[in-house]
Design a protein. Structure first.
Ligand SMILES: [Zn+2]
Length: 167
């Protein structure tokens, strides 16, 4: 299995892994960098988002996988998971405070989610790292939304959010 991961910047990136079948691609993901934006409304469709827990699979440089069952905002219609960057990072730091404090602050990548069944196995200590990778549900796409302050956008850019090009 080959993973092409762009680690040049902290955060989430679209990844290409050879041999991942389309049925193992689930959900869209947005890592929310805005401290004061909760995204109670979906940035794509404006519907209210729900709070739902997802077992996020995070790769941390150089070689660490973390399963983090985290409350996220979720738009059912767009299948979009939104999670706050600052919350994610403090949970990650807490996870490694005792066991591996040296990796705190390293580059990381939110790759996808584990299946619920796998999350339960993982909690019982049954899942090895290699198996996590093989049973990972990779995000279909990682989206980026920019907040545009009301009243300052040009005509024709009145959507409130813009989809950025896939990296
Ligand atoms: Zn939506």
């Amino acid at each position: 299995m080959k993973a092409l991961i762009d680690m040049s910047d902290c955060g989430a990136r679209m990844i290409e892994i050879d041999g991942i079948k389309s049925e193992r691609r689930r959900h869209y993901f947005f890592l929310n960098p805005y401290e004061d934006a909760a995204f109670t409304k979906c940035p794509k469709c404006e519907n209210n988002t729900k709070i739902r827990k997802f077992p996020l699979v995070i790769h941390i440089d150089p070689q660490q996988l973390l399963l983090l069952n985290k409350k996220c905002r979720y738009c059912v219609k767009c299948d979009l998971i939104i999670t706050k960057k600052s919350e994610l990072e403090s949970l990650m730091a807490a996870s490694f405070e005792q066991s591996k404090p040296e990796i705190i602050g390293n580059n990381y990548l939110v790759m996808g989610v584990a299946e619920r069944r796998d999350w339960l196995d993982g909690k019982k200590g049954k899942m090895l790292q290699g198996e996590t990778m093989e049973r990972l549900l990779v995000f279909k796409d990682v989206l980026n939304f920019e907040l545009i302050p009301a009243g300052w956008y040009h005509e024709g850019e009145n959507e409130g959010s813009r989809r950025h090009q896939k990296l």
